[in-house]
Design a protein around this ligand. Sequence first.
Ligand code: NAD
Length: 505
Amino acid sequence: MTTYDENLRRAETYLARFAKDGVKNRINGESVPAISGETFETISPVDLKPLASVAKSGAEDIDKAATAAKEAFVEWRAMGGPERKKLMHRIADAIVDRAEEIALIECMDTGQAFRFMSKAALRGAENFRFFGDLAPGARDGKTLYAANQINITSRKPIGPVGIITPWNTPFMLSTWKIAPALASGCTIVHKPAEFSPLSASLLVEIAEEAGLPKGVWNTVHGFGEDAGRALTEHPAIKAIGFVGEGKTGSMIMAQGAPTLKRVHFELGGKNPVIVFADSDLERAVDAAVFMIYSLNGERCTSSSRLLVEASIYEEFTEKVAARAANIKIGHPLDPETVIGPLIHPEHEKKVLSYFDVAREEGVTIATGGTKADGPGGGCYVKPTLFTNAKNSMRVAQEEIFGPVLTAIPFADEAEALAMANDIEYGLTAYLWTSDLTRSMRFSEQLEAGMIWINSENTRHLPAPFGGVKNSGIGRDGGDWSFDFYMETVNRAFATTAHKIPKLGG
Ligand code: NAD
């Protein structure tokens, strides 16, 4: 592991090119400014100083990118799966080669701690390898026999697709959405989040250097209401893979309706971690703490509602509070740092506003509850635990998206289940109990797309990823991703000279 000083020095070197050249769009293999010439500044949440000026694109840039993606689709869809697999492995190798650069840039652009971002870059490479390996079989289908007929199904890539991503772990998330689209034979227009544009521009550059043909992957920077909107409205774009907030998802659905866009949504969550008294409490504390205070709490799958059986509630929340108070807040490039600054002053303001809400709602702030001093004076917030809350309170119902955990006691299984499900979201749930029958019974009734039992969120890439209720539509992971990026076609062959109804003869 590199030292803090080395990280600072190297980050400065890597960032210099962005400061000098800005962040441009990548369209049809060329780096170009927005056609209007407009730019916006991206700042680092560490010290709020500008990192680069970024292309502020609009409908005409999206049109150019969508046209390039449409033209490139003809050759890309015709490429054989094994060849595509090879290319995707080359992209993965190139990501690994530049993992340090990616991680350092991501830390400075997002405020995420190096200890997590160094792994996120490698996980990005893994996404390319995993979906690359599936590329040769992506078009496979089924053979379905009937008395007079054989049906043969196969899949075809849907066409050029739009990928719209948020600012939390932007590099890893972009690869998670883009790799399956490429593996299935789709071409792409990617619109990264305006708060974190740097690693996205690096990613497309790495892919093209590894041999990806021009126009297959186009990256257009800008704001959601301009570039994002235009992407969802463009007639050449056949589907939108979106990760972000639910209210943005609603807008995208409406914007895409006139052109009948297929949509895939990975949205917000207010995920319960339910701890029964019979569980391994030390492991449950470790997992609860990890799932809310890692990645600055800016993760959709964070366990932000802690439901604890009343008999162990005091003991459990005391342990969590002690751990939270002991977490190192610091510069994202310091390898010891766990919590860095939140992404942007606007988001920091939102998170801090929930400390006032908590006071108004009368919950106890067991630890944290204020801004923190950190190097550079940026958007640092203390890891926070609210106790003695009720599930109906805003602090229990709304996604805060920061290092803020709301703990609520429950009397019995029925109450725990009712509270876990009494929420508009349904992304993940984490269940802690040593009673196997209870874990089966309880998890069967939990309203969540992904449930971990006696575990924190550990991903297995072939397993489905996605939420129910207002947390999403559709699944990613393994073959589920191909269902979204591909169309299934059925061909029915007559196998006998069966009787055809004769009309008019
Ligand atoms: P956001 O919805 O504000 O923005 C996401 C993206 O949508 C950005 O690129 C933005 O520019 C774009 N956008 C905004 N308005 C648009 C419009 N009208 N048309 C098209 N595009 C538009 O989300 P955010 O604040 O960047 O990210 C945080 C949210 O993402 C949280 O709610 C979090 O839970 C969610 N998230 C979900 C998952 C998941 O897998 N379920 C993963 C990560 C983040």
